[in-house]
Design a protein around this ligand. Structure first.
Ligand SMILES: Cc1cc2nc3c(=O)[nH]c(=O)nc-3n(C[C@H](O)[C@H](O)[C@H](O)COP(=O)(O)OP(=O)(O)OC[C@H]3O[C@@H](n4cnc5c(N)ncnc54)[C@H](O)[C@@H]3O)c2cc1C
Length: 217
């Protein structure tokens, strides 16, 4: 178990929390989560969105006003947070390899493991990133993502110039299909199921479809 100090808590958009905790000696692989514990000992997993060697562990958290997110939303700089050792099986770039051809599809805070991988591997250039959010303000690190790969931002609840109005599942025809591409899906279970079904219908073997479910709708 780890105990580290909160460095910063911000709300980049309504209902979205960006939490930075001092990393200390915590070692992780991009794609890993940690379980954050509230003072009552209730924990939930959260995916790390910072690079491996950065001084802080960064998390992007949708405020569900539930048992754990309500506590996270009220954290302040200097508070001590208890969390588990990093763990996970979702591995962008297979084992973090910058050369693997990959496509990322994310909804909401499901973008976190991809940002962690890209921040850890400066040479990684994914084939594409499809990123779905409710409003444009919910989208984080868009310029960074665009600097690293062709990125399509799909906004469901408003129209914004330059962004696609609709769901990521409306834009699947943009995804490159090839035998050596690995597809990484992270976020809402319904999106992950729909994208997996579509990829399999295009002949993509399930061993190249990697899934991380954050939320069940
Ligand atoms: C492997 C993994 C990684 C995760 N990483 C992240 C992450 O990086 N960022 C992040 O924001 N979340 C992440 N989650 C989700 C997170 O673990 C919690 O489930 C979430 O924050 C809600 O916790 P809570 O205790 O605040 O809410 P709870 O107390 O569990 O639920 C509060 C209320 O919200 C409702 N609710 C819960 N989920 C939903 C939903 N999807 N839609 C509508 N209502 C809902 C519940 O029914 C309940 O009424 C991850 C989940 C997994 C499994």
């Amino acid at each position: 178990m780890h105990h580290q100090r909160v460095f910063q808590v911000k709300s980049p958009a309504p209902g979205l929390i960006e939490l930075l905790i001092e990393r200390g000696d915590v070692v992780f692989t991009p794609g890993d989560c940690v379980a954050l514990f509230n003072p009552a000992g209730v924990s939930r997993p959260y995916s790390i969105s910072s690079g491996q060697d950065e001084p802080y562990l960064r998390f992007l958290i949708r405020d569900m006003q539930g048992e754990v997110t309500e506590w996270i939303a009220n954290l302040s700089e200097g508070d001590i947070v208890k969390f588990s050792r990093p763990f996970g099986w979702f591995r962008p770039g297979l084992n973090g390899d910058a050369q693997v051809r990959s496509v990322f599809v994310a909804t909401g805070t499901g973008i976190s493991p991809f940002i962690s991988y890209l921040r850890t591997q400066p040479e990684a250039r994914p084939e594409m990133c499809l990123y779905g959010v409710r409003t444009a303000a919910d989208a984080v690190d868009v310029a960074f993502l665009e600097s690293r790969c062709p990125t399509t931002l799909c906004v469901t609840r408003e129209s914004v110039n330059g962004y696609v109005r609709g769901r990521v599942t409306d834009r699947l025809d943009r995804l490159p299909i090839a035998d050596d591409v690995h597809y990484y899906l992270c976020g809402l279970d319904a999106m992950i199921d729909d994208v997996s079904t579509w990829l399999e219908s295009k002949g993509v073997h399930f061993s190249r479809i990697h899934r991380e479910v954050f939320f069940n709708a």
